[in-house]
Design a protein around this ligand. Sequence first.
Ligand code: BGC
Length: 733
Amino acid sequence: MNIEKLNLSYPKLPKRSKEEILVLANNLLKKMTLDEKIGQLFQSAPPSADIQGLEWERDYDVIKLIEKGMVGSILSVSDPQYVYELQKKAVENSRLGIPLFFGVDIIHGCRTIFPINLAMACSFNPELIEESCKVIANESSKLGITMTYSPMVDLVRDPRWGRVMESNGEDPYLNNLLAKSYVRGFQQNNLEGYDTIAACGKHFAAYGAGEGGKEYNSVDMSERHLRQYYLPGYKGCVEENVAAFMTAFNIYDGIPSTANKFLLKDILREEWKYDGFVISDYTSTFEMIDHKYAKDPKDVAKKSILAGMDHEMVSMSYLEHLKKLVENKEVEEKLIDESVLRILTFKYKMGLFDNPYKNIDPNWEKYMLTPENRTMAKKAALESVVLLKNNKVLPIEINKNIALIGPLGDSKEVLGAWAGNGINEESVTLYEGLLNKNLNVEYAKGCNINDFDKSKFEEAINLAKRSDIILLAMGESQEMSGEAASRAFLNIPGVQQDLVMELKKLNKPIILITFSGRPLELTWYHDNVDGIIQGWFLGTETGNCLADILVGDYNPSGKLAMSFPYSVGQVPIYYNNYNTGRPSLTGKPGDTYRSGYIDIPNYPLYPFGYGLSYTTFRYGEIQVNKSKFIGNESIEIKISIENTGEYTGEETVQLYIGCEYFSVVRPLKELKRIKKIKLDSNEKTIITFTLTKKDLAYYNKDMELKAESSIYNIYIGGNSQEVKKIMIEYKEK
Ligand code: BGC
């Protein structure tokens, strides 16, 4: 039956209390056979999936399995017609008619694609991200999608890892803030609504800390480190009632996250009182055999259920072995009931029992890529761009002749990895964006992204010769970041730099726009070009956004959520490092018998929090209402900021703390507040931050999150390095 011919209705669905839902779910549970219960714990790949080469693969008929009540959810189907057909089988042909849910990776856009998540984090704007997610949820909720596998809140410090593009960057405070924005935006505290989708925080836990930046790699760190840096992102999801969590592929402390009781039970359930469900990552259960942790698939099922993993993605250890484990009394049925109740509770919350077709809209197309959605995507893109260098070449004077050169200048492949239902052809290229502004621009590709062909150099050089400004659009392809796209080098690949070397001989102003899914090593470019704009992958509105920035219709305001290394040899590099006993005095190479390198400096090329504007801001001195505060008192911290340039501009004011001594070593700086402000030219404002002991707290020697009596430094500035400083004292009593 074609959904267009159906008269689907959308009555307001009830908002039930937790208690009411539990009664309903328990009543249903009582009617279920053990097979049906286990079925609820299985997420099937779509019938059409073509996944090869993984040992877990089974040949099965999904439809038959659905009709037997043996499937709880389906992965990666976002075609409303297909969702309808599968759901109808579940609701009408299975014995109890329990609806399926549909989980899809909607990471930074459904059809209208927003900037990659790392770029959006550079907006330092939680409200912007929340509003963006509302748009993303609205589009998704018309396609039958129930849940998005987002946000990815894995803290990252290693740009070699391809998935940094999905992250909120290197700072735990920002990660926590933005995690909350994502969940609020997707769920809007209204899971039973028609415009929302459920969120799933991932990958629990510490997936971003894989050794060497290598995909799926092992993670080992102290519990203190885990709690202090890696957990706050996931905790943010819990604070906003995220519907689910996904486990991670990595091991943590010797145990795969997917069966890690310490993570899944002790922290998630006991400490955080989390009552949503936990889904494994794609066959991560089965992979415990490869980890050499589980003996066989039966052992996989046992270890996973005992650790508190509720819903198995794609592989079938639960389906094939849980029943036997219960019959042999190796696993109590009670444990399975608990997991099933979490899945049923979720389905009740979503309103799927009331209207199993609730997120299917026959008129879905009219909700995709609307002018309003594009406007929001452009707004997000504008705030994501980071101006890294400007030797008085930006904004561009509009009467100049521009030579646009580089493989990404007229490329539609700018959506970035994990682009949902986005279609490359629907994006605006940089060249199109410049033409939309009626600029005098000509384009020559010059070279490809990643090969050694120099045959197009000449055409590009000739174009540059007859132009006033050289605008480079260079970087990585969108396939060079994302899952399983780790890199050992962080250079702009192929012969792109060779081309710039040739163009430099012309002695014309050169502006580089970098397209990338990660921080790249831009040191040579910093030394050799006049302006650098970090353009990431900005999504559908790429060209229009960049054109606005180039001509100054928008004054860049992005700040780096992840440090840009001076050299790949510094990686991992991040601002919140500890001091050593022999810190380098200059940060420069060759500081003998001090921490550092003999060949590169210690500092990054561009630090966390860094980003220029077309205007300049002057920070006054920090004022405090007391220099010492005690116990539960608070302290008020004020600073004046003045726009001393010619343009109206936005600035993200950042407050960091540092602690002079503590029962454990703390990093030199920890971000504690951000405030994005807008000031006209010559306008001045005073910002007040209020801190309490909570803001000074750190996991101490007894693993308690506490502020200890000490001297604390307060730093305020426009990035993590250039800051004003004041010392205060805190006393516990
Ligand atoms: C990724 C997850 C994703 C899942 C489903 C896995 O390979 O690690 O982030 O949600 O696939 O597509």
